[in-house]
Design a protein around this ligand. Structure first.
Ligand code: UTP
Length: 298
């Protein structure tokens, strides 16, 4: 089995019901964060980590995704004629990222099912899964650390983040054992969206995974879980209980960098404001306006 992680899987076939009606005909991953679709940040992160073979798992509305990462000759031509080279560069940026492939999920039967659909493309290699909901700040990359942990321990690696106890029920939650390596833990069990009082820790699984290809056989045998969906968390739970000789074992990298959650409406709005207020072109005016706006509340 090749040990080098080259491939990234980006599931984008969910129904995005929390963003309806915006997501009626557009994948949630295409919603703009400031002025770039969320999925482009994720693709840039993958490419920066050396993962230049990307597989998008798409659903019924894959067209906007394909168009975004393809050339738009008419637009390029118009911008060229106008001499608007800055915007031309913005338009071609997404086209020149890694090699992008697409596969349809068919029925959106859950994140675990979406990963299983990637099997033919991935083959017998470790691979990354990046969710478009979670944006990791390029100043705080986590994939290289996850790759190091995979190289040292084998098996699969999840990205964990401390969250307030009252929010852990929104996430998959990890039971862990500490290791000597700071910021790295062994995952002994996982619970998807635990009920209050049932969470084994306040470490939430966030949307970056490095998976051993053993996950495919496990997913095939995983029954639909919470919400009737085939849950990746359930498959990871099985992997955590398996030995290293069969591709099992799960480690966690505890991430403490900047992350922007774009998965629900409130955190999506917050992510837009945080990122825009740091931008050179928009930040000064936005921050000044926000200060005045907040002052009018009391
Ligand atoms: P979510 O549960 O956050 O996305 O899945 P969702 O189902 O689209 O959103 P809501 O809850 O209805 O608003 C996490 C990721 O997994 C993908 C989603 O596109 C998202 O990137 N996913 C989920 C799939 O690709 N297929 C699925 O069957 C489910």
């Amino acid at each position: 089995m090749s040990e080098i992680v080259r491939k990234a899987v980006v599931p984008a076939a969910g129904l995005g019901t929390r963003f309806l009606p915006a997501t009626k005909a557009t994948p949630k991953e295409m919603l703009p964060v400031v002025d770039k679709p969320a999925i482009q940040y994720v693709v840039e992160e993958a490419v920066a980590a050396g993962l230049d073979d990307l597989l998008f798992i798409t659903g019924r509305s894959k067209r906007p995704l394909e168009d975004h990462f393809d050339r738009n000759l008419e637009l390029e031509d118009t911008l060229q004629r106008k001499g608007d080279l800055e915007r031309l560069a913005q338009v071609t940026e997404s086209t020149d990222l890694g090699r992008i492939h697409y596969v349809r999920q068919g029925d959106p039967l859950g994140l675990g099912h979406a990963v299983l659909v990637a099997e033919d493309h991935v083959g017998n290699e470790p691979f990354a899964v990046l969710l478009g909901d979670d944006l990791i700040d390029p100043r705080d990359p986590v994939l290289p650390t996850m790759m190091r942990v995979r190289a040292e321990h084998g098996g699969s690696v999840v990205c964990l983040m401390e969250v307030p106890a009252e929010s852990i029920g929104l996430y998959g939650c990890a039971a862990i054992e500490p290791l000597d390596d700071p910021g790295v833990v062994r995952v002994t069990d996982l619970v998807e969206k635990p009920e209050p009082g049932q969470a084994p820790s306040t470490l939430a699984v966030i949307g970056r995974y490095l998976l051993d290809p053993a996950v495919f056989d496990v997913l095939r045998a995983t029954e639909p879980g919470r919400g009737g969906e085939i849950q990746l968390t359930d498959a990871l739970r099985t992997l955590a209980a398996m030995g290293p000789e069969s591709g099992g074992g799960v480690h966690g990298v505890v991430f403490s960098g900047r992350r922007y959650d774009t998965g629900d409406r409130l955190s999506y709005l917050q992510a837009n404001i945080m990122l825009a207020s740091e931008r050179e072109d928009l930040g000064p005016a936005l921050r000044a306006w926000l200060t005045d706006f907040v002052a009018t509340w009391s």
